[in-house]
Design a protein around this ligand. Structure first.
Ligand code: SF4
Length: 221
């Protein structure tokens, strides 16, 4: 079986099992970008609380976050954890967003996507996963998002190496699938759902897993 066929079979099996997940939650592209920074090292429910605080305080706008001081911002996003670090990262991002694109997502995403990715990666506190989440979910650009769940699931089936770096895993998906925003969006969401609920780090529940057919295709854990 070709890698492309295996990947599409995995995707369809996950989709049929979990149903559409409709990522990323957020009312605007700007909210999605803020969420992508706040979600580093925490659960989504904590991010939601922090975003709700920003909404209640009427702060979820580029210029307001640009003007607010970092300490005040840290208090508002406290539920997201690592709030001092995240306040600094959010300020770094918003400063870039305002100074480079005047706070306009339209301007930002009309930039060449590869160049935009390079610029995002230069912002202190934005790594490849956050940059790609911003590009895919806020900008609707076809960049596959890789995370720890992706690495765990696909390395358990030897589809990728355990030592593979972010860009190698990303290439594995990008080179074997059409660069389709909808597919990349939903596929990443499905992988996260599987990693959180069934293919957990210590006790993967293979008996319940919708992609257990991989045991018969490749050598597993
Ligand atoms: S079959 Fe088992 S190891 Fe493979 S993805 Fe499912 S839970 Fe994880």
């Amino acid at each position: 079986m070709q890698k492309r066929d295996v990947l599409l079979k995995i995707y369809k099996s996950l989709y049929n099992f979990f149903g559409p997940l409709n990522w990323w939650p957020g009312d605007t592209p700007f909210e999605i970008m803020v969420g992508a920074i706040l979600t580093q090292n925490t659960s989504w429910s904590n991010v939601e609380k922090a975003i709700n605080n920003l909404k209640k305080e009427n702060l979820l706008e580029p210029w307001k976050l640009y003007r607010i001081n970092q300490e005040e911002l840290a208090q508002s996003i406290k539920p997201s954890g690592y709030y001092n670090i995240k306040a600094k990262r959010l300020k770094n991002f918003v400063t870039f967003f305002i100074e480079e694109f005047e706070g306009s997502t339209k301007k930002m995403f009309s930039d060449d996507s590869k160049e935009l990715r390079k610029k995002l990666l230069k912002v202190n506190g934005i790594g490849p996963e956050t940059a790609d989440s911003i590009l895919l979910y806020a900008g609707k650009k076809p960049f596959f998002v890789v995370d720890a769940y992706t690495k765990r699931i696909f390395s358990r089936h030897k589809l990728i190496s355990q030592d593979a770096h972010y860009h190698q895993i990303q290439e594995f998906f990008s080179q074997n699938l059409d660069r389709d925003v909808k597919l990349f969006n939903e596929f990443h969401a499905q992988i996260v759902m599987l990693g959180k609920t069934i293919c957990t780090s210590k006790n993967p529940d293979c008996a319940k897993c919708p992609i257990a057919f991989l045991h018969t295709i490749y050598h597993v854990i």
